[in-house]
Design a protein around this ligand. Structure first.
Ligand code: MIC
Ligand code: SF4
Length: 648
């Protein structure tokens, strides 16, 4: 039977398991990427593995998240990352070079290769035909050391694209259309493959935007074919030799097919507070806007910002709107400077921000209280902008620029704008990538710089046979990793787990840290009770690592998202789902729970009985884990497991 693109890539990289939807397979990883906010822990874990140098074909360490440098912490992290990259053979992208996903697409992505990154938007690489996936830092560390990456062999959603996008409608509207169909939950274990005649009408950055926000659907990854458009993009980046064609077999079949006629799309927006709340821009027109932020790894390409500049040419932004522009890379900034777009943006009154994650992660540019903020980024979770009551809408660059001019949400189709063709040559300047010559082997004897902000990775303890526990917190559906482990102002504690753990669930229940640590100190295990789609969003393993540090032993939810579930396992927290979702309603926060016979349950089918001592009821939960995951949990997490295996 014919294969889809993803099936072909998996077959070519398979090192273990059976190629059957729903089964765990192990695949070889060609390239890895890290960013600074997850990277310090990833490299600390890599160091603890005792491997002499990286074994992947290419590993790149980007610094793009924490570049604000208020206090010494960010700079300590940067120095550590730079020194560890040199020592172990990792290419280092200096702060100021740009956002990891945009840079990786421009300079390193290769069709048909596998990539994992310690960032959930790593699937951006699908725009160039890579099988690119987000993962926890420790999984990236394992892949850097030449180890396999484990995924569920996916079901494939084939999305057939027809027609071409009308003027004023762009890639963001395509992925928002996808989100209106598939939502942000219920897509675990699937990948999205785009095909059909409409594919050829989209340039690589547009394809990358679409793959980037596939992360919001919770799919493992999204991918486009590698065709003439891909070839021309690589050639324009001076990388013609990296191109290979990639297409599904003629008789490939998809598990389901969704058709989008690009010509019929209209401008869309994700309304507060979820990327899955989709409305048409027309239906929101007239809503007063206080802030417009253009950039992030979703929409910060030359095409995107140049289009915005063409809309702002000769105009000044509304006096009531604060407008910020953050380009994706130094390449983008230089090209906009050379073609005059930068001057247009500055003349229009835009605030030019550093080419980094910045506003997207709430590191700066938080809107004023109660503001309406239109952003071209990918997540509008409550409080992520840094302002809890801000109303964040996710829109295309065109819709953002229209609002910047008028001060209200406006349909961009009636505005003048250039149709920006894909450049025949990009400005290539790799001077901010260090250690390319020693990539893959490193420089032995390099001292690793560890400022006071560089802490240690906490270690887990083996899973006991039974737990005397309490339901320390009960939360609802769609709890994101931003709810569990806030970023923004707290981002600087990423390398210091005891300091960062003080903020677990900060915006959900400010007392959680004190209650959980008191339980831990009294020998009582903490259990998190949650609804659907627990752990949506980012790959940050701190959302497992910090709860582990606070003595959380179990999460019981209606469903758990892929990367977060893997992170829970890696940090020795048992991820379980209710056998009967109705039992969720019967457990209350504060209930005392008895959990018995854990090891025998894990040796069996994973069904665990919990007695709620407060209500006297018993209910069943299921730990659906592979044999590999069960062994990791039993030993108290991946690092403890590796040490235990060496000892045995
Ligand atoms: C995000 O967009 O939420 C982040 C910040 O890039 C995260 C990574 C992190 O928390 O450091 C992600 O997407 O994985
Ligand atoms: Fe950075 Fe935002 Fe992209 Fe995350 S989503 S990598 S914070 S730009």
């Amino acid at each position: 039977m014919g294969k889809t693109i993803v099936q072909k890539i998996i077959s070519a990289h398979l090192v273990g398991g059976v190629e059957k939807a729903g089964e765990e397979v192990a695949i070889r990883i060609d390239q890895t990427l890290t960013q600074d906010a997850t990277g310090t822990m990833a490299y600390l874990q890599f160091e603890s593995m005792g491997i002499d140098h990286v074994k992947a074909e290419l590993s790149v360490s980007y610094v793009d998240h924490n570049t604000v440098q208020v206090g010494f912490e960010n700079a300590d992290d940067h120095d550590y990352l730079q020194s560890v990259a040199k020592r172990y053979g990792v290419v280092f992208s200096r702060p100021g070079n740009g956002i990891c996903h945009q840079l990786h697409l421009e300079r390193f992505g290769i069709p048909g290769k596998t990539l994992i990154g310690s960032d959930s938007h790593t699937p951006t690489g699908g725009g160039i035909g890579m099988m690119a996936m987000g993962a926890g830092g420790i999984d990236v560390a394992v892949a850097m050391g030449g180890g396999a990456f484990n995924i569920t062999y996916p079901r494939v959603i084939g999305v057939r694209l027809d027609g071409s996008l009308p003027r004023g409608v762009s890639a963001k509207d395509v992925i928002l259309k996808m989100l209106s169909k598939y939502g942000t939950k219920g897509n675990v274990g699937k990948v999205v493959e785009y095909f059909g005649p409409g594919v050829a009408t989209l340039d690589v950055p547009s394809r990358a935007t679409i793959c980037n926000m596939g992360a919001e659907m919770g799919v493992t990854t999204s991918i486009f074919p590698s065709d003439d458009v891909t070839r021309d993009f690589l050639a324009a980046q001076g990388r013609a030799g990296d191109w290979t064609p990639l297409a599904p077999d003629a008789d490939a079949t998809y598990d389901e097919v969704f058709e989008i006629d690009l010509s019929s799309l209209e401008p869309l927006a994700a309304t507060p507070h979820s990327p899955g709340n989709i409305a048409t821009v027309a239906s929101l027109a007239g809503t007063k806007v206080n802030q417009v932020m253009i950039g992030s790894c979703t929409n910060s390409s030359y095409r995107d910002i140049r289009t915005v500049a063409s809309m702002l040419r000769g105009k000044v932004v509304s006096p009531d709107v604060e407008v910020g522009i953050a380009c994706g890379s130094k390449q983008v900034v230089r090209m906009l400077a050379d073609d005059g777009s930068l001057s247009i943006l500055l003349a229009a009154g835009c605030r030019l921000l550093e080419n980094a994650c910045g506003f997207c992660i709430g590191a700066h540019m938080s809107p004023r209280s109660g503001a309406v903020s239109l952003r071209t980024s990918n997540r509008n979770f409550e409080a992520r902008s840094g302002t809890k009551d801000a109303q964040v809408y996710l829109v295309s660059p065109e819709t953002a620029a229209a609002a910047a001019i008028t001060g209200v949400i406006s349909d961009p189709r009636s505005f003048d704008m250039d149709n920006v063709p894909s450049p025949s040559s990009f400005t290539v300047d790799d001077s901010m990538f260090l250690y390319r010559e020693t990539a893959g082997r490193g420089v032995a004897g390099t001292g690793i710089v560890r400022g006071p902000n560089i802490g240690q990775v906490p270690s887990g303890t083996p899973l006991p046979e039974s737990l005397k526990a309490v339901a320390t917190i009960k939360v609802g559906d769609k709890i994101t990793t931003d709810h569990i482990m806030p970023a923004g102002a707290r981002l600087k504690y990423r390398s210091n787990v005891p300091a960062y753990a003080k903020y677990v669930f900060e915006n959900v229940d400010g007392t959680f840290h004190d209650r959980a640590s008191a339980n831990r100190d009294a020998g009582i295990a903490n259990v998190i009770i949650a609804g659907e789609s627990y752990g949506q969003g980012s790959s940050r393993e701190h959302a497992a690592m910090c709860p582990m540090y606070l003595g959380v032993k179990m999460v019981v939810a209606k469903s758990i998202e892929r990367i977060h579930k893997a992170n829970l396992v890696n940090f020795g927290i048992l991820p379980c789902v209710f056998a009967d979702p109705a039992d969720y309603d019967a457990v209350s926060q504060g209930d005392e729970l008895d959990v018995a016979d854990l090891h025998s349950a894990l040796r069996g089918d994973g069904t665990i009985s919990i007695t709620d001592k407060t209500t006297g009821r018993s209910f069943k939960v299921i730990a659906a884990l592979s044999a590999r995951e069960r062994a990791i949990i039993a030993d108290g997490g991946l690092l403890a497991h590796v040490a235990a295996v060496e000892e045995r």
